[in-house]
Design a protein around this ligand. Structure first.
Ligand code: SF4
Length: 292
């Protein structure tokens, strides 16, 4: 803790020395999001072709110390709520409308729900939020959708959803074959679909989809058609979906064949999704303009 206090005084270092928590200005939340990384070991049950996690550099640590995680998050909450964070680069360049704490997001270097400590971590973060009088700050789970029905994960989700929670669940494909190509995981595609339906029947969820150019090709018409069909099925079976967040690759990744789709392609995909799923808002997040 002494180290943490020292770090707090040196604001420029404060989160760079942290093991679990980090602040970002998030395009999606249009404000400050405090990330909570439950996978410091960088292990994930997916191996997405577009993953930005640097797995060549060894992790700083592999264990999850929830006491330390809480202390790190507490210090970031202090910086964000006092406004001190906006004196520190890069947050000093945040626009006025971005100078607000929007959420605490379970995200990071792997799939948060694979952490054994997931339910306890959610409970501790929810408690911390309430202790600080921040009941309205959202708790977001960013998930690859693979473990949404595991009993211990459900316990964590119940806590999350009772505390201004949102579930942002990944679906990057419409067909098993494309899913295997892009997500490169042993988790069966049907399990992802079952998890999404079961979860969306219980709580409204947000679908996060990343489409990209992989090996020189974007998703085919047939793939997009199949993808829309999966979402239609969830809705037809009583699932509730808030929106689709449509992404492409935003930064260079270890796989040179994983490249962003251009604005025109993203707009065309968004238009086709809106045509097929007219009641579902589609938010589009473009890739970098300068990546030629
Ligand atoms: S699920 Fe996320 S962390 Fe895991 S490989 Fe895919 S992009 Fe990377």
């Amino acid at each position: 803790m002494r180290e943490l206090i020292k770090a707090h005084l040196d604001h420029r270092r404060v989160w760079r020395d942290f093991d679990y928590c980090y602040p970002v200005i998030s395009r999606r939340s249009r404000g400050v999001s405090l990330g909570v990384n439950l996978n410091p070991d960088k292990v994930c049950n997916f191996d997405c072709v577009y993953c930005e996690v640097d797995r060549l550099t060894p992790p700083r640590r592999r264990d999850l110390d929830l006491g330390l995680l809480e202390r790190e998050l507490g210090l970031l909450l202090d910086l964000a709520t006092s406004g001190e964070i906006y004196e520190i680069p890069p947050f000093d360049s945040a626009r006025p409308e971005q100078r607000r704490l929007n959420d605490i997001a379970f995200s990071g270097d792997g799939e948060p729900t694979t952490a054994r400590e997931f339910p306890e971590a959610v409970a501790r973060v929810a408690r911390l939020k309430h202790q600080r009088g921040l009941a309205l700050v959202k708790l977001v789970l960013i998930t690859d959708s693979s473990r949404l029905q595991a009993p211990e994960v459900l316990r964590g989700l119940e806590t999350l959803m009772a505390n201004q929670g949102e579930i942002w669940a990944k679906l990057d494909a419409g067909s098993e074959a494309y899913y295997r190509d892009i997500c490169r995981t042993q988790v069966p595609f049907q399990k992802i679909l079952d998890n999404l339906l079961a979860t969306a029947r219980r709580w409204p969820i947000l679908i996060q989809t990343l489409f990209l150019e992989w090996m020189g090709q974007g998703p085919s018409e047939a793939e997009l058609e199949a993808y829309c069909g999966r979402l239609e099925h969830i809705l037809a079976e009583g699932g509730r979906l808030h929106a689709i967040q449509l992404y492409t690759v935003a930064r260079q990744t270890p796989e040179p064949a994983a490249r962003p789709l251009g604005r025109l392609e993203m707009d065309a995909i968004a238009a086709s999704l809106r045509g097929r799923l007219p009641n579902l808002p589609v938010e589009v997040y473009y890739g970098p303009e300068e990546w030629a």
